[in-house]
Design a protein around this ligand. Structure first.
Ligand code: CAA
Ligand code: NAD
Length: 283
């Protein structure tokens, strides 16, 4: 299947990164967000990162202009009608995602693939909200998208081989390394990463050490590029909590219970870097 035109739903940190790498790789891209301000911010962030690439001589000024020409802000989900694939990167919530997939199923052409960048939610359940479950699949990029090489590809129960192959080819065309993963809660990346982050939060909660010291231990002691609490702030504490809840509910095992401190911070609106405060404060 040939993919030329891509629509990305959600212009937050993941959606704007996915839109950027798709446009850089020659795809025509529509970027949509239900929040106009978020869409504007997402478009501006892409331009900033492209300017940085020109400054650093990773791309020429004319490549930047061509990339921006391939990228259009979209005010309506119905624009999916002109696309070969839609990649959804909105909030990590099953009810919200299934509503968007049911709408996309109405608007997107019959041949189009509907992919989700979900961190942990079952692809099979998202697919069941559509009348094309064989064309629904997980395409899980890592944050920050322009830098990280991995794409986890998650097959739902009914995802077809043709859909899988199209997504694998597309991931490679974006200069990413695809890995096939079964549809289990948290897939591989977050089943392994998120319990570590949750445990680091328990370590703060129990007063074992300060956030700075916990991050220093993991950075200098285990060579992680970011400590787990800096990484949690970077991912978004709301997203971390949603993922822990999916693991807890999905496996029914108390070892995945989210730390009460994580819940409290999210309730306070401390969502990490994107809200200006999490385990650390940001300008
Ligand atoms: N967007 C785009 N590019 C970014 C970026 C961002 N948010 N942040 C950093 N970069 C790029 C910049 O281009 C920068 O290079 P230049 O300065 O030459 O432009 C380069 O990364 C290095 O950045 P820094 O020197 O500022 O900082 P660093 O050396 O610490 O690297 C990092 C930044 C790549 C993010 C590194 O700290 C890292 O790898 N951290 C861990 C990231 C990680 O684990 N990601 C996975 C999260 S889990 C996930 O994504 C799955 C999920 O479902 C939750
Ligand atoms: P974010 O909060 O930065 O952005 C989400 C965007 O989606 C917001 O701009 C919001 O306005 C928009 N949105 C919400 N509901 C919408 C709807 N119904 N229609 C259109 N737009 C809508 O979140 P993010 O960090 O970019 O995460 C997005 C998705 O990617 C989540 O499923 C998350 O689990 C996944 N993910 C996140 C990371 C990470 O490190 N943050 C990594 C991989 C995957």
């Amino acid at each position: 299947m040939e993919i030329n035109k891509v629509m990305i739903i959600g212009a937050g940190q993941m959606g704007s990164g996915i839109a950027q790498v798709c446009a850089q790789s020659g795809y025509d891209v529509l970027l949509h967000d239900m929040n106009e301000e978020a869409l504007d911010k997402g478009m501006k962030n892409i331009e900033k990162r492209l300017n940085r690439n020109v400054e650093k001589e990773r791309m020429t000024a004319s490549e930047k202009t061509e990339t921006l020409h391939r990228l259009t802000a979209s005010g309506s989900l119905s624009d999916a009608s002109s696309c070969d694939i839609v990649i959804e990167a909105i909030v990590e919530n099953m009810d919200v995602k299934t509503k968007v997939f049911a709408d996309l199923d109405k608007f997107a052409p019959a041949h189009a693939i509907l992919a989700s960048n979900t961190s942990s939610l079952p692809i099979t359940e998202i697919a069941a909200a559509t009348n094309r479950p064989s064309q629904v699949i997980g395409m899980h990029f890592m944050n920050p998208v322009p830098v990280m090489k991995l794409v986890e590809i998650i097959r739902g129960l009914q995802s077809s081989d043709e859909t899988y192959q199209a997504i694998e080819n597309m991931a490679k065309s974006l200069n990413k390394t695809p890995v096939e993963v079964k549809d289990f809660p948290g897939f591989v990346s977050n089943r392994v990463l998120m319990p570590m982050i949750n445990e680091a939060i328990y370590t703060v909660y129990e007063g074992v050490a300060s956030p700075e010291d916990i991050d220093t231990v993991m950075k200098l002691g285990t060579n992680h590029p970011m400590g787990p609490l800096t990484l949690a702030d970077f991912i978004g504490l709301d997203t971390c909590l949603y993922i822990m809840e999916v693991l807890h509910e999905g496996f029914g095992d108390s070892k995945y219970r989210p730390c009460p401190l994580l819940r409290q911070y999210v309730k306070a609106g401390w969502l990490g870097k994107k809200s200006g405060r999490g385990f650390y404060q940001y300008n």
